[in-house]
Design a protein around this ligand. Structure first.
Ligand SMILES: NC(=O)c1ccc[n+]([C@@H]2O[C@H](COP(=O)([O-])OP(=O)(O)OC[C@H]3O[C@@H](n4cnc5c(N)ncnc54)[C@H](O)[C@@H]3O)[C@@H](O)[C@H]2O)c1
Length: 382
């Protein structure tokens, strides 16, 4: 029997809710009832080997409550697919707010927006040590640059592996990557790539055009949703890193980069009644044989938060493997498969092979596949 993997959560929002529910939902399932899980077992660890030992948030309706209650507190709105949860004895602790809460949240109703608690924040590194956490999953809002880095430093201080689901560049940033390497701590990042979400579909369609010899002239990806993630992203100054992360994720799959004006990708609007339903519209315009025009339009509708939790549950188990093997710094193969902005972008088919090789402990050379990606806002086709 495998030992459990001790996991801490920063940001008890919708993604955390889907993850906590999922661990219980899959506990006793076998065969086809495990549908929805990418890897049923990772080196003997199943989904139910995840044990939550600590959680941090800033919202007055979550801090001080048991984790299994806090995940259902407003403004969380994701689908409840597993309401019966075991008693965890994990009480959500107050993290430092820093830049976690956008000012415009105050203009929206209580049920839809964050309401920070007026409490002295916990020392997160000390709390991580006390909890025995091995892996921290960072689920802070987009634009929480300082807060995400605070949790990253706490991971380094407490020697806890990090899964960075947020588009704040750590694993893909040379300075932060070195900090994790030097501290002997693994990290998988950055910005979680959903199971079947807008990013992976757009990447694969981009490859399809290229592999079939069709020139891509221009493309967009518009996304709407009604959860706090989309409400938070109404503040355009918080969006910069998300736009870079999503756009580069698709650009990285093209043989020739598109001019900045020919590729538009981003969260597009907040539609309150959509709740945790995210709808993505992709349009691609290109030219096939004999310069004949090809236009593709696609609509994808998903429940946003379980879509990311289904990937995080794999990433946690890969981080645990790295800890067991004494690997430190960014885990390149799992990051390439599970994240939008990994240190090294790979084609998704290669990333899957590389990730499986990592899981099985086999050597897989990814150095020659594609160059390291540098983030640039106005890259162009020459
Ligand atoms: N499919 C997906 O849902 C998906 C995909 C890719 C990336 N992400 C990213 O994952 C992150 C989490 O998404 P979500 O839908 O759960 O968001 P959410 O808005 O539901 O949850 C964020 C939580 O963080 C808390 N928080 C704010 N500041 C904090 C701080 N300083 N310390 C601790 N907690 C703080 C909030 O109170 C809230 O509970 C977002 O950055 C999102 O963009 C999600």
């Amino acid at each position: 029997m495998q030992k459990d993997i001790k996991v801490a959560i920063a940001g008890v929002g919708n993604c955390a809710s889907a993850l906590v529910q999922g661990v219980e939902y899959y506990r006793n399932r076998q065969g086809a009832a495990l549908d929805g899980v990418m890897h049923r077992s990772i080196a003997g660890y199943s989904c139910s080997n995840v044990e939550f030992v600590a959680a941090f948030d800033i919202d007055q309706r979550k801090v001080g409550r048991a984790l299994e209650e806090a995940i259902f507190a407003k403004p969380n709105c994701t689908r409840i697919f597993q309401s019966a949860l075991p008693v965890s004895n994990v009480v959500v602790q107050a993290g430092p707010v820093l830049d976690g809460v956008a000012a415009h949240m105050a203009d929206y109703p209580d049920d839809a927006a964050f309401r920070p608690a007026d409490l002295e924040p916990t020392d997160v590194a000390a709390a991580l040590r006390a909890s025995g956490a091995e892996v921290l999953v960072c689920y802070l809002p987009v634009g929480s640059e300082h807060a995400v880095k605070y949790y990253a430093q706490a991971c380094l201080d407490a020697r806890v592996a990090m899964i960075n689901c947020v588009p704040v560049f750590l694993a893909s940033d040379d300075t932060w990557a070195a900090k994790f390497r030097d501290a002997g701590v693994p990290i998988i990042g950055d910005d979680i790539k959903s199971q079947v979400g807008a990013t992976i579909v757009h990447r694969l369609l981009a490859r399809l055009f290229a592999d079939r010899g069709v020139g891509l002239d221009r493309t967009y990806q518009l996304n709407t949703g009604g959860n706090t993630d989309f409400l938070n992203m109404l503040e355009r100054s918080r969006l910069k890193s998300k736009k870079i992360s999503k756009t580069e994720s698709v650009q990285s799959q093209l043989d020739e980069r598109l001019e900045a004006r020919d590729i538009h990708i981003g969260p597009s609007d907040y539609v309150p009644w959509q709740g945790d339903n995210k709808v993505c519209f992709i349009r691609m315009e290109g030219r096939g044989f004999g310069n004949a025009p090809i236009e593709l339009e696609m609509r994808l509708s998903v429940e946003d938060s379980p879509n990311s939790a289904g990937v995080v549950i794999d990433a946690i188990r890969c981080a645990k493997l790295a800890l067991e093997r004494g690997e430190a710094g960014p885990l390149e193969a799992p990051s390439a498969y599970y994240m939008k902005s990994p240190p090294r972008q790979l084609r998704d088919s290669v990333a899957l092979e590389a990730c499986n090789a990592f899981i099985e402990g086999r050597h897989f050379d990814i150095s020659g596949d594609q160059p390291r990606v540098k983030f640039a806002l106005n890259p162009g086709r020459s």
